[in-house]
Design a protein around this ligand. Structure first.
Ligand SMILES: Cc1cc2nc3c(=O)[nH]c(=O)nc-3n(C[C@H](O)[C@H](O)[C@H](O)COP(=O)(O)OP(=O)(O)OC[C@H]3O[C@@H](n4cnc5c(N)ncnc54)[C@H](O)[C@@H]3O)c2cc1C
Length: 432
């Protein structure tokens, strides 16, 4: 029997477990570890609560967890409760699927002022991440700015602009829904260093902005190159740019506005003890397509500033780390140690992009440890013994199902599903 530990229960972890299960059948035991008693990583804590159809991918992961050879061991933080070398003693291979949960820093003066938050914090707050339950983003001003031109920036702008009714059927947490309902924010400015042709926004997410109940996207037609320049763009980007062009024709007769400010590079955040404005330098594109400052600056009012410029993996002791991710060659970090998903590639791609990653690494493992061969590692038994000695309260998938059923049971008809937002609530639900 072979024993494999997959660290992280987001998409990358589940796809890897699925691939290993297919490769080894009943010749392997696969344990998916997670620092939380609740699985799915960013599917639960990142993907927007009003995108329920995307979150439904977790049903596929449930099937993996239900496989005879796969176990979920929650509430275990690798690097804190157990080290990677201890896992390598217990398992034939260890696969790190720990994602990239930290915001990249802006690196500009004023970014530590109250009122400036990272998108991981803001998104975590409305998605019920226990670390951000007390974020209380300032929503009493009339202006917010979101720095970044990707889908996460769009998520933040949209969530700030929706009405309470528009969250029906979502799983936004109650504390965020109430706060957003009281929000005074009328204008959200999306700041991008480059232009409409350089956005990393996909058509579906962009298109939603054109159909909001109380908010309208606002765009400056002069920011676009001539229409003929759209022709060589990759089809997805071309569609996104067409949507942006169409925004310029929308009537601006709704109370809230989402303003696209292109060629706008944030150089400082200013305010009297808290964020009041982002100072922006106008840019132009140079021949290589990079943004070059023109020296012209202006202020964008914002008492809430959300930076959505990318994420970094958390380092783990003993694991080589550089440029925001684990150092790896096609997923391999060292003998019997691998990385998949955002911990391997950095924060890019969709949920589905993590699937080939997991399968590629499973193939490499199967090539090195042929299915049918056996090892003598202790696997889960050894892990659970060690965790018990350390008084670490590991949880399993049945515990998660109890949590999930209780969360679903708490929902009132017609209102968003209620999620537990604190670690303690999870553990109480399962009687610990
Ligand atoms: C705000 C946001 C919105 C997104 N929206 C979409 C979308 O609409 N559509 C789409 O296709 N993609 C979307 N994505 C991208 C998608 O979420 C990622 O591609 C995917 O989640 C990455 O998977 P992962 O498994 O590598 O990481 P994660 O999903 O982050 O999973 C990592 C897991 O590892 C666990 N972990 C971390 N450290 C440890 C440790 N030391 N010990 C034990 N466990 C640990 C975490 O708890 C977590 O469960 C979005 C991303 C973000 C940030």
């Amino acid at each position: 029997m072979r024993h494999f530990a997959v660290v992280g229960s987001g998409p990358a972890g589940f796809y890897t477990a699925e691939a290993l299960e297919k490769a080894y059948g009943d010749q392997a035991r696969i344990d998916i570890l997670d620092r939380y008693p609740v699985p799915y990583g960013l599917i639960r804590f990142g993907v927007a609560p009003d995108h329920q159809s995307l979150k439904a991918v977790s049903k596929r992961y449930d099937k993996v967890a239900d496989s005879a050879g796969v176990d979920f061991i929650g509430n275990v933080c690798v690097g804190r409760d157990i080290s990677v070398s201890e896992l390598l003693d217990l398992y034939d291979a260890v696969i790190l699927a720990t994602g990239a949960p930290h915001d990249r820093k802006l690196g500009i003066p004023g970014e530590d002022l109250p009122g400036v938050v990272g998108s991981a914090e803001f998104v975590g707050w409305y998605n019920g991440h226990p670390d951000f339950a007390d974020l209380n983003p300032p929503l009493s001003g009339t202006h917010a700015a979101v720095i970044g031109n990707g889908n996460v920036a769009l998520d933040c702008a949209r969530i700030l602009s929706k009405t309470r009714a528009e969250f029906e059927g979502s799983d936004i947490v109650g504390h965020a829904l109430d706060a957003l309902d009281r929000s005074e924010i009328q204008t959200v400015t999306l700041l991008g260093r480059r232009g409409p042709h350089q956005i990393a926004m996909t058509p579906k997410e962009l298109g939603e902005l054109g159909h909001l109940e109380a908010a309208v996207p606002v765009i400056e037609p002069a920011d676009f190159p001539p229409v003929a320049a759209d022709e060589p763009l990759e089809p997805g980007l071309r569609k996104s740019v067409s949507l942006l062009r169409a925004f310029a024709d929308l009537a601006t007769d709704k109370p809230k506005r989402i303003v696209f400010d292109f060629f706008a590079k944030p150089i400082a955040i200013e305010g009297d003890g808290r964020a009041e404005r982002v100072i922006v330098e106008r840019t132009v594109l140079d021949d290589s397509g990079a943004a070059r400052g023109t020296g012209e600056t202006y202020g964008v009012p914002a008492s809430l500033v959300i930076s959505a410029i990318g994420y970094a993996t958390s380092p783990i002791d003993e694991v080589p780390f550089a440029a925001g991710k684990f150092v790896n060659e096609r997923g391999k970090i060292a003998d019997r140690l691998f990385a998949v998903g955002w911990a391997r590639r950095g924060p890019s791609g969709t949920i589905g992009t993590n699937r080939p990653d997991g399968y590629e690494v499973a193939d490499q493992i199967a090539a090195a440890l042929a299915p049918g061969s056996s090892g003598d590692r202790a696997g889960a038994q050894g892990l659970k013994r060690l965790l018990a000695e350390r008084a670490v309260m590991a949880t399993d998938y049945d515990d998660w199902r109890k949590i999930e059923q209780t969360e679903t049971g708490r929902a009132r008809p017609g209102s968003p599903r209620e999620k537990f937002v604190r670690h303690q609530e999870w553990l109480q639900t399962i009687g610990r």
